[in-house]
Design a protein around this ligand. Structure first.
Ligand SMILES: Cc1cc2nc3c(=O)[nH]c(=O)nc-3n(C[C@H](O)[C@H](O)[C@H](O)COP(=O)(O)O)c2cc1C
Length: 394
């Protein structure tokens, strides 16, 4: 039996994250319907997810690059913007329906692409797709999903977009783009902030690798399996380098446009200069994103970057934002500063880890309800009523 001394040493090791642990997919039973209902906000779902996931998996989802400055700053940027409510407006009906690239969505909140969802729940991306359908919004499926893009399309009841990493072997990316088009995906979301994987120090310490049996189902054979890193550190970081092409430039958009009829959404833009180049290259939309603080640490937070991008896009393409959106009031702030919609990454993963499809449904439902309430209290009955004068920087 472990003595108290040994137990506390083990605890200290696990807090410092220095011991290598095998990631396990799940630790306890999913949250019950009443536990999900008792969640007041998406942060409550994170608390349940944290209890259910192994340390290595929780850290992979939650973590950011290096000092996690950008991870924190994405949230803090929302804290520096305040809403100026209007009084005595008829708010008996609040309309939050909108469109993204012409596709109707029930609310201006979409599901960001996130990798490896089967680590959160065995139904992984299938549960997320079903829940996004229930919420009436678009899910962006990741290249490195743990169900294939065709399996996800089969269960989806709302439109899907497909996130693409352009790989050194372009034929692989071209085939993925074609498969997505054939499976009925409505747009390709090209991620451009990832010429290489950021240094995610939690993953290095945990020697993060995919739990056994979890594969990247868009690929076949050896490519679907993440080899353990022989050099130590994060196996994900070593594997992901093989998926990414550091020579990629703006020509890639022209190339991709030649390979597919789908509109191209460029994800990972922070500067106005790049927004202008994306428009010039023929992008249909832009996502202001720093990959949830997982790539360049000390990158500008997305809400701060948004106005420059909106100005440079000059109304020629739709602009969305992700990174740190956790509240309905955050959605108002982003839309007031010019975003057409936002995407959420981790809130969906916390919902999925807490309770599968029902958990994701709860995450999206709480964001929707908070948005409606905030618009009611702010005297903004429709998305059209949100503009630069809705918010003020403190
Ligand atoms: C665990 C995790 C995995 C991710 N995987 C991908 C991915 O495969 N492709 C991609 O373009 N972005 C990926 N992202 C970035 C998200 O699409 C999104 O930009 C980010 O999560 C938004 O920040 P938020 O989590 O604070 O909402 C991932 C993010 C997380 C947290």
């Amino acid at each position: 039996m472990a003595t108290p001394k040994k137990r506390s040493a083990r605890k200290a090791r696990s807090r410092s994250g220095t011991s290598a642990r095998k990631p396990r997919a799940r630790t306890t039973a999913p949250a019950s319907a009443s536990q999900l209902t008792a969640c007041a906000c998406v942060q409550d779902l994170e608390a349940i997810a944290k209890r259910r996931l192994s340390r290595a998996v929780y850290d992979y989802y939650a973590g950011g690059a290096e000092d996690e400055q950008t991870l924190t700053a994405n949230r803090e940027a929302f804290g520096r913007v305040f809403i100026r409510p209007r009084a005595l407006v008829d708010v008996s009906r609040i309309d939050i329906a909108t469109t993204a690239l012409g596709t109707p969505i029930a609310m201006p909140v979409m599901v960001a692409p996130t990798a490896y969802q089967r680590m959160a729940h065995r139904d992984g991306e299938l549960a997320t797709a079903r829940a996004a359908g229930e919420a009436g919004t678009i899910m962006v499926a990741s290249t490195i999903a743990t169900y294939s893009l065709e399996e996800i399309a089969k269960v989806a009841t709302a439109p899907l977009w497909f996130q693409l990493y352009v790989q050194p072997d372009r034929s692989i990316s071209r085939d993925l783009a074609r498969r997505a088009e054939a499976a009925g995906y409505r747009a390709l979301c090209l991620t451009v902030d990832t010429p290489q994987i950021g240094q995610r120090e939690r993953d290095v310490r945990n020697q993060f690798a995919l739990p056994r049996g979890i594969r990247m189902m868009n690929f076949e054979g050896n490519r679907s399996v993440m080899p353990r890193s022989s050099a130590g550190g994060s196996a994900f970081a070593s594997y992901a380098s093989s998926l990414l092409d550091p020579t990629l430039t703006w020509d890639a958009i022209a190339w991709l446009r030649g390979e597919t009829k789908l509109p191209i959404v460029v994800k990972g833009i922070i500067s106005g200069e790049d927004a202008a180049l994306a428009v010039q290259a023929g992008a249909a939309a832009i996502v202001v994103s720093n990959h949830g603080g997982r790539q360049l640490d000390a990158c500008e937070p997305t809400l701060a970057a948004l106005p420059n991008v909106v100005e440079a896009a000059a109304g020629q393409v739709e602009v969305y934002l992700d990174g740190g959106v956790r509240r309905g009031t955050d959605v108002i702030k982003a839309l007031a500063l010019g975003a057409r919609a936002v995407l959420v990454g981790r809130p969906v993963l916390w919902g999925l880890a807490a309770g599968g499809q029902a958990g994701v449904r709860r995450a999206l439902e709480m964001l929707r309800a908070e948005l409606v309430l905030a618009m009611t209290l702010a005297g903004c009955p429709s998305l059209r009523s949100l503009g630069p004068r809705t918010v003020v920087r403190a």
